[in-house]
Design a protein around this ligand. Structure first.
Ligand SMILES: Nc1ncnc2c1ncn2[C@@H]1O[C@H](COP(=O)(O)OP(=O)(O)OP(=O)(O)O)[C@@H](O)[C@H]1O
Length: 299
């Protein structure tokens, strides 16, 4: 399916994929393997879109087509209205691979200046941009430390800084929090939201569904190469026929009255009453941050 010119004009969409299919040759066999089959998706400018799916479902293949480094067997992908493979489309995109490789002997600042140099920045502008981005990802204090000593979370953060050094309008993040501890993941999540605030569109893949839920405006669920569901996250996860009321400090008498009122209603019933559960991740972050603050105080 081809996009018409009118459809493809930059109309607020950052990514527009129509009828994408990708076949791979299977070694020693004549047959082709269809890794992505008739996938269509839209990422609107300024939103965070999460593509989720099990291993081997076609996420990376879809991403590679978006990045213009793989051509589709069928269908089309446009970035801000232009074909994904074109040089002017690629300039609009920043990319953080799942396991970014950095030169271990360079410091954080040198790394940023290296990537900035590759993008044509020089002199004062290069130093300023490197400092600004190190500050954005909270690595100013580690700027003069060698990358070889960075934690996985720090590596992902410098990777994010590298991905936006050329001021892209879209950033593509492959499993940005894989292998990062909860605290580091939270920093990365906050950074993604910060990118969004700056007007940058974000497309990410992840297996960590709770994190996707916290950060994404829209999600697509891909399975065995086919898009199963797609839409606004809040609409997809809403339980339409239920309403949640959370009360602070309700007395037992008040709860009894609520139960009695509901019992008198012909249609409604109480599905659940009790203390809402916090997530284990939130509990972990609260406990470790409290302990860290205590230890810092007594130092
Ligand atoms: N270059 C290739 N040649 C042959 N098969 C490939 C190639 N690249 C990917 N595949 C196959 O296509 C399917 C989709 O792979 P893809 O890497 O897109 O999945 P994914 O959803 O990103 O998986 P993961 O979560 O493990 O990264 C898989 O079955 C994979 O083995």
């Amino acid at each position: 399916m081809d996009l018409t010119e009118a459809e493809s004009a930059s109309d607020g969409s950052a990514v527009r994929i129509r009828g994408l299919a990708k076949d791979f040759k299977i070694p020693l066999r004549r047959k082709l393997f269809r890794a992505v089959d008739d996938v269509s998706l839209d990422v609107e400018e300024g939103e965070v879109y999460g593509l989720i799916g099990p291993n081997g479902s076609g996420k990376s293949t879809t991403m590679k087509v978006m990045l213009g480094i793989m051509s589709p067997t069928e269908g089309e992908c446009r970035i801000f209205g232009r074909p994904a493979g074109r040089a002017d489309s690629r300039r609009e995109v920043g990319y953080l691979p799942e396991n970014p490789y950095f030169y271990k002997h360079l410091t954080g600042a040198e790394t940023m200046r290296f990537y900035g140099g590759l993008c044509g920045l020089k002199g004062k502008a290069l130093r300023q941009r490197a400092d600004e981005l190190l500050d954005m990802v909270g690595l100013s204090d580690a700027a003069d430390r060698r990358i070889g000593g960075y934690s996985k979370g720090m590596l992902q953060r410098i990777g994010l800084a590298q991905a936006v050094i050329h001021n892209p309008r879209l950033v593509v993040l492959d499993e940005p929090t894989a292998g990062v501890d909860p605290m580091g993941s939270r920093q990365i999540r906050d950074l993604i939201l910060d990118l969004k605030k700056r007007g940058i569109t974000v497309f990410l893949t992840s297996h960590l569904l709770e994190q996707v839920q916290e950060v994404c405006d829209r999600v697509g669920i891909i399975f065995r190469g086919r898009m199963l569901r797609q839409g606004r996250l809040d609409e997809m996860v809403a339980v339409e026929d239920q309403t949640e009321v959370v009360l602070s400090h309700p007395s037992p008498a008040l709860l009894d009255r609520i139960q009695a009122l509901v019992a008198d209603d012909e249609a409604a019933s109480v599905v659940r009453m009790g203390h809402p559960r916090t997530s284990l991740e939130r509990l972990f972050i609260e406990a470790t941050s409290e302990q860290a603050a205590l230890e810092d105080e007594t130092k």
